[in-house]
Design a protein around this ligand. Sequence first.
Ligand code: SF4
Ligand code: SF4
Length: 345
Amino acid sequence: MKRIAEYREEIHTCSKCGLCQSVCPVYKITGNDCTVSRGLFIMLKGLIKGELKMSKNMNRYLDLCLKCGACSKFCPSEIDVVDIIASAKAEYFKTSISEKFISFVQKQIFFGIGINFLKLFSQNIKSKHFDKKVIYFGGCSGNMKGNRAVVKLLNSCNIEVITPDFHCCGIPFYVRGDVQTFDNFKQSYLDIISKYNIKEVVTTCASCEKTIKSFNSEIDVKNIFVYLKEHNLKLRLKKNKKVTFHKPCNLDNYEDIKWVLQNTENLEYKEMNGFDECCGLNGISKIWEYKIMSKIFRNKRKNIQNTGAKTVLTSCLGCEAALSLYSFGQYKVEDFTEFLVNNIL
Ligand code: SF4
Ligand code: SF4
């Protein structure tokens, strides 16, 4: 990770046009420039120049950012705000005991999700000749739910799946600024992947996909839905189901997912308004910011309910957790890959 001072030039390219304000879910609620990239960059410029000091207040604004990246996609200067904020968080992390404590607790939780009993049911189809092999990076999701769904779907595409033991991809530590822990995860995963001499890595979680892509450009990381579309795999559900889909901010290939949603028999897909707006995951633990975050959650819940679907599909464990937490029993949230395998004939 680059130090915040190394982003000086990039931050300088911000023209202060303010276009980021029109897409930032936090700014839309607060109306405060310090909660959107333009204001954050002005603050960080002051920090780099030594005119401002890193403080609890500055950290509050860094934390209020949901790291959804909506502003970066809209920014004429294409400034990657998520990386810059992670770098600023790393500055704060060095001096903050509370951040170190939270990171320690996170580590216990993510390593606790380490034993995958469900792997017992995840073997590839025996006595079948496969066209190729891929490595499945399951992350926390794979460790909690097992690999059965991904193995079954990819075997149907004539692809063999290798399922090494992976834990969390490390993204929660990256956004908190715990560079050391993130780098430890990264190195251990690169070591595991290099042992297999396989260049393709498949994920079912958009956040894992984005993180593994950032590790090493020689690894070809793809979401499972890319393979399903490439192989023209048309599935059929046992019963009619009406669903909607929440697009995780870290997902690049919505078109592949949409193809599967629209080409699965007995599946009625209703696209929701704001299907690509952030679920607010990064705000879930910020009880002290509840007034701001609850408005984001309420908008999302309303958009889901307006579709009339009782099931929301997604493809990121974090989004799944956030959407479920504030569903209040109004709808069920499921991982799309799991949903397919649980409902196909
Ligand atoms: S859209 Fe980009 S260039 Fe314009 S103010 Fe926001 S960060 Fe700066
Ligand atoms: S990443 Fe998302 S929440 Fe953060 S400033 Fe950009 S649009 Fe706003």
